[in-house]
Design a binder for this molecule. Structure first.
Ligand code: SF4
Ligand code: SF4
Length: 209
């Protein structure tokens, strides 16, 4: 089981650049999602920013599902400068791959909770690291896409795009670089790597979680 927690309002407001399309995911019962707080923040941000659509879907971590769920919104999605997603790290990664040419950002951080996680096979992994990097790394998770979970760039060992730890695997950091280059967002690689806060946000959870 895992928890998604909203980033600060300031951090989310900072992500809204130009026309913004918001996607919420409420699909998965293994994930606690702060629906009320997300709705409140999104309403406040709508007053200031150019939110061209705000939809809620389930299981956005499934690419097949996305094809169906987003079909009628694709014109608006293409029109948008920013896709802002409120889901766990797997959902954001799936959307970032599905909308390869768009800037896809996460409004949430993902934390672990003790217990059994869902068993649905997914294309992407989230390590529930608690301070999501996807907004700096083109929607590719450095914790799970890099064998060493490096958060400050490539180790220097990759050969011909393959990871030095696992030669069947593409180097996660080469993928991140190529993706940011394509999005013209290489400047985001200058993000500060901070000392991490591993404290779980249990005191902010409702009692029934
Ligand atoms: S950076 Fe990766 S492990 Fe951390 S919350 Fe984001 S998707 Fe999950
Ligand atoms: S080669 Fe790439 S994916 Fe492999 S450990 Fe080094 S940086 Fe990470």
């Amino acid at each position: 089981m895992l928890i998604t927690q909203l980033k600060s309002k300031e951090a989310i407001a900072d992500l809204i650049k130009g026309k913004t399309f918001i996607i919420n995911c409420h699909g998965c019962k293994e994930v606690y999602f702060p629906e009320y707080e997300a709705d409140k923040i999104q309403k406040e941000l709508s007053a200031d920013g150019d939110i061209i659509e705000n939809i809620t879907r389930d299981y956005i971590c499934s690419t097949d599902n996305l094809h169906v769920q987003l079909k009628k919104f694709m014109d608006k999605i293409q029109e948008a400068d920013t896709i802002l997603v409120f889901s766990c790290g797997v959902g954001v990664q799936t959307l970032a791959r599905f909308l390869e040419d768009k800037r896809v950002y996460s409004g949430c951080d993902t934390y672990p909770l003790p217990g059994i996680q869902g068993v649905t096979p997914m294309e992407f992994d989230c390590g529930h690291c608690g301070e999501c990097y996807l907004n700096y790394t083109g929607g590719i998770c450095p914790i799970t896409a890099c064998s060493k979970s490096l958060v400050n760039g490539q180790c220097g060992g990759s050969k011909k795009g393959k990871c030095e730890v696992d030669k069947d695997m593409e180097c996660g950091w080469e993928r991140i670089y190529r993706k940011l280059e394509k999005l013209k967002k290489l400047n985001t690689l200058n993000y500060p790597v901070k000392i991490r806060n591993y404290q779980l946000p249990f005191d902010e959870l409702p009692k029934d979680v």
